[in-house]
Design a binder for this molecule. Structure first.
Ligand code: SAH
Length: 257
């Protein structure tokens, strides 16, 4: 990668090139004034804080799906957090996004996305839009993203942020995600980013045969577990992943699910 990057920048100065042993090896013919065309992916600057975040927090903990890592590298997490939280956008923790809610820790976003095992073209439903960040990560993997947020101000803001950053195709609904989105069911994958005490039956019902659901379940704040559910032969099998801590899934009139 370093060698390819160096080629892209080579026209700017031979001195710079001489500093890199690898680049020098590639440029044995000396400095050229006319460069061959360079693929866009090579010249697009790598966002350094995001690259470090992906390497040290996500890859280091075992997330290895290349498409997920690329999505985490690409989506501008800093744009989804409030202005005053920007300096901390790449910290290894959740951050407040207003209304008492949080954007999840980068590793948890990546892990849950990897567990969904999304293929391009599959339809995915997210419960708990929050900032819209997780929805943007999903949108890097498939064009069919649906997301539901119960707090109107958050849902509206997330919709604006997504549109501004080029994710206008993500469908945002304000409402109670417990009930899912029957008009667009069944879904190949469902990701829940707030914690109910039981897996909502409507979400199980809206999962397609062969579909996956990633969901934290348990009491408020402590003692929650992240599960992956897989529907096979009409039956839903559950697998425990890790202990987690999410905000509770709440009801429209107050109280929690
Ligand atoms: N995925 C978000 C973070 C989610 S925080 C992100 O990437 O930023 C959890 C969100 O779930 C909160 O915004 C909360 O308001 C929302 N939520 C809680 N109960 C809900 C429900 N019943 N239906 C839909 N959203 C809910």
């Amino acid at each position: 990668m370093r060698g390819r990057l160096a080629m892209g920048r080579a026209g700017r100065g031979c001195l710079w090139l001489a500093a890199s042993g690898l680049a020098a090896a590639l440029w044995v013919g000396g400095c050229r004034t006319e460069e061959p065309p360079v693929p866009q992916s090579v010249v697009t600057p790598v966002h350094e804080p995001r690259r470090v975040m992906v390497m040290t927090q996500i890859q280091a903990r075992g997330v290895s799906d290349e498409r997920v890592l690329a999505a985490m590298q690409k989506v501008p997490r800093e744009e989804f957090v409030p202005e005053e939280q920007r300096p901390y956008a790449f910290d290894d923790r959740p951050l407040p996004i207003g209304e008492g809610q949080t954007i999840s820790q980068p590793y948890i976003v990546a892990l849950m996305t990897e567990l969904l095992d999304l293929k391009e073209g599959e339809k995915v439903l997210e419960i708990g839009t929050g900032s819209g960040y997780q929805a943007a990560v999903l949108a890097e993997l498939t064009p069919e993203v649906y997301t539901i947020e119960i707090v109107e101000t958050l849902g509206k803001r997330a919709e604006e942020t997504l549109a501004r950053l080029g994710y206008a195709d993500v469908r945002v609904k304000i409402g109670d995600g417990y009930k899912g989105w029957p008009e667009h069911a069944p879904f190949d994958a469902i990701i829940v980013t707030c914690a109910p005490q039981q897996v909502p039956q409507p979400l199980k019902d809206q999962l397609r045969e062969g579909g996956r659901m990633v969901i934290p379940v348990g009491p408020q704040w402590t003692g929650q577990t992240l599960y992956v559910l897989r529907k096979k032969g009409g039956k839903v099998r559950e697998e425990e992943v890790i202990p987690v801590r999410f905000v509770p899934m709440v009801r429209e009139g107050g109280g929690r699910w």
